[in-house]
Design a protein around this ligand. Structure first.
Ligand SMILES: Cc1ncc(C[n+]2csc(CCOP(=O)(O)OP(=O)(O)O)c2C)c(N)n1
Ligand SMILES: [Mg+2]
Length: 622
């Protein structure tokens, strides 16, 4: 049994530590994970990590065996995004480790706390081209917040303590810990530190009252302020403070996709999300309304001005949000608040940069406006925004193009009124789940429609691969979220292309009894790429059809049969009349459940600001 002692030397250093009995490196690692409060690890074994699995069999930590390391990494991310605590995944050296890379990159792009552990060949073999040797440390350097190659068994407790601290504090991100097999096998008496001490690592930064007063001064001077908020509000746990400040100041709020749910999208002051496929009214509120121009050579003709003050909190001015960045909020004063100084002036110069923990800053701003309320009511601005909301809500219609499509000819002959559009499926899910489900997605059109037709009320409700845009994310991420919250409804809204990329995780769902649900929005195409082909390449198909070209009438692959082979229930839904009851059956199920919803491929996601363009180029009418 381990016991807490303070040795003379360590007492001198003023640090409380726990010294354990002699153990192997693998056992020490698992003991460290236990001390970090890890309850689940998504881990796939191999020669260089099996010793750690042996130690895990003697631990209370739940080990979930994904069927592909990428699935394990995405599941750990789903767990992390849903809880805010670090997700943990593990793989063996070589191919196991490289299979984690996409998940690590995804966590890096979206600032998700992830601890990725890899087995490595024995130290003496490193650099010799040993069997399953890869320099995963070097390979992942550009996509980690930090990484370690453990060279001494005595370092394991400190490294794991630091890894979790780094992953979860400040701007969260992925940390890689690569552990050679001989270090796992060696034995020592571990010394577990209670805290991480790292010189030069500052996780907390606080805005000064001077800076915050300046923000209030700018709000008082402004006529058309807008909040542009992102994932930073969610990772910074600042939703409550944001809501209080917004209600006190009446400033409308738009978010990035990463920020969906940080401010309730059902709130009258919500402008939903902005950017390439965001709400037209959000794009207008930030940039102003312009006459639609057919070519970039035409001048931009303004109809109404947009924000004169942009409060950009916990965002990074991603190109999918800004389009042509110098035209983004061209006439507004920009306040950019972030905990990560490297974001300031990276993509867009800020008039007032503030480096701060956003929860602290918003909390303090709330106190300030309580003491001295802002007089302005922004009435004219709210009227303008209401008019924009009425003019261009998210919507869809069954168009002539849909009616004449191959889909109608092949599948709905005589029953055209029963066509299911992708957007309908998401709307019905929103209704039947009362807007309370945790959703994950793949990447593509279905992902954008999920954002548009499901209104997120809570932070950590919409888990989507935003920055990396990694197809295959949806179902494994749903498994991770469901493991964390077994009593919440977790649904992956996926594309037929994306779902197939990690279809093997159906086995994980069944064997591990993880009741995550999935709705496949099956258009038999790589829909988003097809949309760009339609818009920019005269509809010429460059390998975007996923069905069987020799038998276009067949829906391919047959997901009902695929799921059946994994012992997972699946229904195919072709007609509108069947949609609602099928979604209800899926929600009622206490086990993994898949709906394969067949939709036409003819729909385009609108609004659409083509890449690198401006709000004047936005296509917003279908
Ligand atoms: C791993 C990966 N490969 C390729 C892409 C490029 N890509 C973006 S969207 C898309 C189409 C996705 O098709 P599907 O999952 O069926 O979704 P849909 O757009 O049809 O709703 C592709 C190929 C990507 N984002 N990720
Ligand atoms: Mg598709």
């Amino acid at each position: 049994m381990s016991k807490t002692i303070e040795t003379a030397a360590l007492q001198t250093a003023g640090k409380k530590v726990e010294v354990g009995p002699t153990m192997s490196g693998s056992e020490i690692l698992v003991a460290c994970l236990e001390r970090e409060g890890v309850d689940t690890i998504f881990a796939y074994p191999g020669g260089a990590s099996m010793e750690i699995h042996q130690a895990l069999t003697r631990s209370k930590i739940r080990t979930v065996l994904p069927r592909h390391e990428q699935g394990g990494a995405f599941a750990a991310e789903g767990y992390a995004r849903a809880t805010g605590r670090a997700g943990v995944c593990m793989a063996t050296s070589g191919p196991g480790a490289t299979n984690l890379v996409t998940g690590i990159a995804d966590a890096y792009m979206d600032s998700v706390p992830l601890v990725a552990i890899t087995g490595q060949v024995p130290q003496a073999m490193i650099g010799k081209g040993a069997f399953q040797e890869t320099d995963i440390y070097g390979m992942t350097l550009p996509v980690v917040k930090h990484s370690y190659l453990v060279t001494d068994i005595n370092d394991i407790p400190r490294i794991i303590k630091e890894a979790f601290h780094i992953a979860q504090t400040g701007r969260p991100g992925p940390v890689l810990v690569d552990i050679p097999k001989n270090v796992q096998q060696a034995k020592t008496q571990p010394v577990f530190p209670k805290e991480a001490h790292m010189r030069g690592y500052t996780a907390t930064r606080k805005a000064s009252d001077l800076e915050l007063n300046e923000i209030i001064g700018l709000i008082e001077k402004s006529e058309r302020p807008v909040f542009y908020i992102g994932g930073g509000i969610i990772t910074g746990n600042a939703s409550e403070e944001l809501r209080e400040f917004v209600e006190a100041t009446q400033i409308p709020v738009t978010s990035t996709i990463m920020g969906c749910g940080a401010f309730p999208e059902t709130h009258p002051l919500s402008l939903r999300w902005l950017g390439m496929h965001g709400a037209a009214f959000a794009n207008w509120a930030v940039n102003g309304e312009y006459e639609h121009r057919k070519s970039v050579n035409e001048p931009m003709k303004q109809i109404a001005p947009g924000a004169d003050l942009l409060l950009a909190f916990g965002v990074r001015f991603d190109d999918r949000v800004t389009g042509k960045v110098d035209k983004f909020c061209e006439h507004g004063t920009i306040v950019h608040m972030d905990i990560d100084p490297s974001e300031i002036n990276k993509n867009k110069p800020a008039n007032l940069p503030v480096i701060s923990d956003v929860k602290y800053a918003l909390g303090r701003l709330v106190q300030m406006v309580k003491q001295r309320p802002i007089e302005k009511k922004f009435t004219a601005w709210h009227q303008q925004i209401d008019a924009w909301k009425a003019k261009a809500p998210f919507g869809y219609t069954v168009t002539q193009e849909v009616m004449k499509s191959q889909h109608m000819r092949d599948h709905l002959k005589g029953q055209e009124s029963e066509v299911i559009l992708p957007q309908m499926a998401i709307e019905v899910l929103y209704e039947l789940s009362k807007g309370e489900a945790i959703l994950t997605t793949g990447v593509g059109q279905h992902q954008m429609w999920t954002g548009q037709f499901y209104k997120f009320k809570h932070p950590r409700q919409f888990l989507t691969s935003a920055g990396l845009g990694a197809m295959g994310y949806g179902y494994p991420a749903a498994l991770g979220a469901k493991v964390a919250f077994p009593n919440k409804e977790v649904v992956d809204i996926d594309g037929d292309g994306s779902f197939l990329m990690n279809v093997q995780e159906l086995a994980t769902a069944h064997i591990e009894k993880i009741a995550a649900k999935a709705i496949i929005i099956n258009n038999q195409h790589l829909g988003m790429v097809m949309q760009w082909e339609d818009r920019f390449f005269a509809g010429n198909r460059g390998h975007t059809y996923l069905g069987d070209p020799d038998n276009r009438k067949q829906i391919y692959p047959d997901y009902v049969a695929v799921c059946a082979s994994f012992n997972v229930k699946c229904e195919r839904v072709m007609y509108k009349k069947d949609l609602r009851p099928a979604i209800q059956r899926m929600l009622d199920a206490k086990e993994p459940y898949v709906l394969d919803v067949i939709v036409p491929y003819t729909e385009h996601v609108v609004p659409f600001v083509p890449a690198g363009r401006t709000v004047a180029d936005m296509i917003w009418q279908a």
